[in-house]
Ligand binder design. Structure first.
Ligand code: SDX
Length: 435
């Protein structure tokens, strides 16, 4: 399916005889767009949209979000159905290829990923260059970027097969890289992946196993891990995905592009919010402090944000947050944690915020990061690993979007313009004549 012309929009510049007729394009579902590519030539003006809140940077058939209705579709399939019935590696196949796999297609895909889950032994030495207390996202940026040093010479980004292998390598290796980042910081030996385990089981195994005893996979935890990976897999043109697309639009090495996406995801306004939510809950400490905290948030003189709340697109409940909240209860019950003070505090905070006009009027609801930290902490992951887990899951989304861009016949290097507000032309003044 592709965009279709649906009419046009005419723009006329006040006080001039200049006007332009811009094509109105429709997709499968969601808002129409008008194509402004010839506007500058006709009117001599640019559009202005800092943060790209109202700008479509591309057409894509991978993920669709209806922010008002709280809907998220991966290749048309509702996230609720995929969360309930699919598994992460099948969702990887779906995002990369556009349809759900047959049984044999799935098995071949699974084997393809397995065949690339080990790291070149030289990669191990990169870890020694980091301090033991290096943030896992710093390690992920460094090591994933370093993969471009191993896979560059025989990688032609214009070649379909090269892109396919790069996709397999990235999806397969990021769990190993993330798990080893934790092992390195813990001073424990690296654990190699096992091909008799599923993707989620393997990650838990590489993360938690030690050579001194057998590691038993807990099916409830591996199911929760798989679910968390599904929920974080892709999300339209978010900041990190747009970073990967912009870097990839120059023809850059895909491993370096994904490293750029990891860097962007790290920010607390984006994927770093899950870690920030836990820190926020720890600062609040008790339900009796919620009111004072929210007063801080509402005081514009403060820079305090209610982390895990709000979203550029969702002006309703993030469907992923609902699913994770339910999974929280399942995991805590499995772990025999009757009442987790963090979860109780988060739920009370949500309840109070959602009845407060400040948040209601601004359509601020819990997003994917509000509950994910609680379940990850309960599963034994250190807070510093939360965003690294997000990066493991989002790698398939980044790779799928990069591939879609590389195969788009309209693809050209991304190069936004600006509204210049600096000094007009002026001549150089020698220092002897300056004030
Ligand atoms: C992710 O883009 C994606 O798809 C991202 C993501 C993905 O899967 O890739 O969904 C993952 O990044 C989720 C978001 C995680 N970030 C956080 O939880 C951090 C806290 N949230 C905010 O920083 C904020 O909500 C953003 C960054 C997420 C969105 O920023 P916007 O688009 O600038 O927010 P907005 O325009 O909706 O804000 C409207 C108003 C503003 O106040 P006023 O100027 O109208 O008075 O709401 C305020 C904002 O200041 N506001 C908040 C707030 N979020 C917005 N006030 C307090 N706490 C918040 N969290």
């Amino acid at each position: 399916m592709s965009a279709s012309a649906k009419g046009s929009v005419t723009i006329t510049l006040d006080g001039s005889n200049k006007s332009t007729r811009l094509p109105l394009l429709s997709g499968t579902v969601g808002p129409d767009v008008f194509d402004i590519r010839k506007m500058y030539a006709d009117l001599g003006v640019f559009t202005y949209d800092p943060g790209y809140g109202a700008t479509a940077s591309c057409d894509s058939s991978i993920t669709y979000i209806d922010g008002d209705a709280g809907i998220l579709l991966y290749r048309g399939y509702p996230i609720e159905q995929l969360a309930e019935q699919s598994r992460f590696l099948e969702v990887c196949y779906l995002l990369l290829n556009g349809d759900l796999p047959t049984a044999s297609e799935y098995r071949n895909f699974e084997l393809g990923v397995m065949r690339h889950n080990m790291l070149h032994e030289q990669i191990r030495t990169f870890y020694n260059g980091f301090r033991r207390d290096a943030h896992p996202m710093a390690v992920m940026c460094g090591v994933v970027g370093a993969l471009s040093a191993f896979y560059h010479d025989n990688l032609d980004v214009r070649d379909t097969e090269s892109r396919r292998i790069a996709a397999f390598r990235l999806i397969a290796k990021v769990p190993t890289i993330a798990a080893w980042a934790h092992k390195y910081s813990a001073g424990q030996p690296f654990v190699y992946p096992r091909n008799d385990l599923t993707y989620a089981e393997n990650f838990l195994y590489m993360f938690h196993a030690v050579p001194t005893e057998e590691y038993k996979i807990n099916p409830v935890l591996s199911k929760a891990m798989d679910l968390i990976l599904i929920l974080h897999a892709d999300h339209e043109q978010n900041a990190s995905t747009s970073t990967v697309r912009l870097a990839g639009s120059t023809g850059a090495n895909p491993f370096a592009c994904i490293a750029a996406g990891i860097a962007s995801l790290w920010g607390p306004a984006h994927g770093g919010a899950n870690e920030a939510v836990l820190k926020m809950l720890a600062e609040i400490g008790h339900t009796r402090n919620i009111k004072a905290f929210l007063d801080d948030v509402k005081d514009k003189d403060n820079q305090t944000k209610l982390m895990g709340f709000g979203h550029r697109v969702y002006k309703n409940y993030d469907p992923r947050a609902k699913i994770i909240q339910k999974a929280c209860h399942d995991v805590l019950a499995e772990l025999g944690i009757k009442d987790d003070p963090l979860l109780d505090l988060a739920m009370e905070l949500e309840k109070i915020a959602l009845s407060d006009p400040y948040f209601v009027d601004r359509k601020l609801y819990p997003n994917v990061d509000f509950y994910s930290g609680i379940i990850l902490k309960a599963m034994g992951f250190p807070t510093s690993m939360f965003t690294a887990l997000f990066a493991v899951a989002r790698t398939v989304g980044w790779v799928s979007q990069w591939t879609e861009m590389m195969e788009d016949p309209q693809q050209r290097i991304g190069r936004p313009r600006q509204l210049y507000t600096g000094a007009p032309r002026r001549d150089y003044v020698p220092v002897s004549q300056r004030g």
